[in-house]
Ligand binder design. Structure first.
Ligand code: LCS
Length: 396
């Protein structure tokens, strides 16, 4: 391989992929060991002291996990990465490294329901206050700047956001964060590194739930944090090493395998989602479609600026509210009624009663999550079959 920067599709397949074993396996082996043997007592002591490099114990590092970390650092354009047991533990690790009791941070209202619960309940219990900003206000530099005070320790966003698909301006938020010398964290789970690289737009830390598009097959949980070498070391030392939210080498290996087809899957999921969004827009039973790529959509201009495509997630509202939505979810045959996202299969779910049931009705209203909203994670099936599945159950 030459050292020239290659296209993202090629990096996804080849980048950082090979540390050939003595058997020259094309696919890296799994190292399911919890601990590593020292050559002698001096060697063990030197590894602990950091004067020699090598493996000590899998909570600290492991060759399979390292391969996933290197791959994701490369794909996101970061110096370093740390893999964790889930997306939630990645978010907790970052938040609890950067903020301590008495501090606060800025975040949007529309975020994954588990992240909302972590912020609004558990971090509050630790006297770390989330300052929520509503979707329209998240477009105002002045309003964000006014929310920041001496206790603010970071800014956090999801873009596209779960489940409203809001597109938030990474460069604009960074311009505010930079002036106040605060790190900007972007949860890039919905976009994936194939469609968006927040670090190149100014973000300081990128987080993924690797459970979703990176794994791609709904067969492993994992999380990943990407950023500067100093920041990742700090998160490891202040949180991961001792709270211990470590990914299993088996899951790291499955996610590495999943990543190889990331570009193919996300391209097809994005193409399918665009076709389905356009079909839904024309359907007489549909009130609203939330997809960054639709003409007339509020996020289109910004999505074109900061993304390379619009992704495989979309939400929509039907006439008849929750009851009509429940009927659709109960009757579809191809789309599977399940939470999570980024699978090969199309998944359908109801945010208000499922992924975002951690919000009160009022909190959901502030985030723009209506009771009738249905979310689709579009799969890699034929778009026509997904449309016909919806058509069969969406009579006016
Ligand atoms: N960030 C985003 C944007 C997510 O959508 C999720 C999970 C997480 C972080 C947490 O990742 P995990 O710990 O599950 O790996 N989102 C889910 C969803 O929408 N349905 O089920 C899980």
């Amino acid at each position: 391989m030459t050292k020239n920067k290659m296209s993202i599709e090629t990096e996804i397949v080849h980048g950082q992929g090979c540390e050939y074993s003595t058997h020259m396996d094309l696919v890296p082996p799994i190292h399911p060991t919890s601990t590593f043997i020292f050559k002698d007592a001096d060697h063990g002591a030197a590894l602990f002291k950091g004067t020699e490099e090598g493996y000590i114990y899998t909570r600290i590092s492991n060759p399979t996990i390292n391969l996933l970390e290197k791959k994701m650092a490369l794909l996101e354009g970061g110096e370093s990465a740390a893999a964790t047991s889930s997306g939630m533990s990645a978010i907790a690790a970052v938040a609890l490294t950067l903020a301590k009791p008495g501090d606060n941070f800025i975040t949007c209202n529309s975020i994954y329901g588990g992240t909302f619960a972590l912020f609004n309940k558990h971090l509050r219990d630790l006297d770390i206050e989330p300052l929520f900003i509503s979707p329209p206000d998240a477009c105002s530099k002045e309003l964000i700047n006014d929310m920041i005070n001496k206790k603010t320790k970071f800014l956090f966003m999801e873009t596209p956001a779960n489940p409203t698909l809001d597109i938030i301006d990474i460069k604009m938020w960074k311009s505010v964060a930079r002036k106040r010398k605060l790190p900007l964290i972007v949860d890039n789970t919905f976009a994936t590194p194939y469609l968006q690289n927040p670090l190149s737009l100014g973000a300081d830390i990128v987080i993924h739930s690797a459970t979703k598009y990176l794994s791609g097959h709904s067969d492993a949980l994992g999380g990943i944090i990407i950023g500067s070498g100093n920041m990742i070391n700090r998160i490891r030392e202040e949180y991961i090493f001792h709270y211990g939210p470590v990914i299993s080498p088996f899951n790291a290996w499955l996610i590495l395998r999943g990543i190889k087809t990331l570009a193919l899957r996300v391209k097809r999921q994005s193409d399918n989602a665009m076709s389905i969004a356009q079909w839904l827009q024309k359907h007489p039973a549909v009130i609203n479609v939330y997809y960054p790529g639709i003409e007339s959509g509020p996020g289109l201009r910004l999505a074109k600026k900061q993304m390379r495509g619009f992704g495989g997630m979309l939400s929509f509202e039907v006439k008849g509210g929750v009851e009509a939505g429940r009927k659709i979810m109960g009757r579809v045959k191809l789309a599977l009624l399940a939470v999570s996202l980024g699978s090969c299969e199309t998944l359908i779910q109801h945010p208000a009663s499922m992924t975002h049931s951690t919000y009160t009705k009022q909190e959901r209203a502030k985030a723009g999550i209506t009771d009738g909203l249905i979310r689709l994670s579009i799969g890699i099936e034929a778009a026509a079959d997904i449309i016909s599945d919806l058509e069969n159950v969406m009579q006016v």
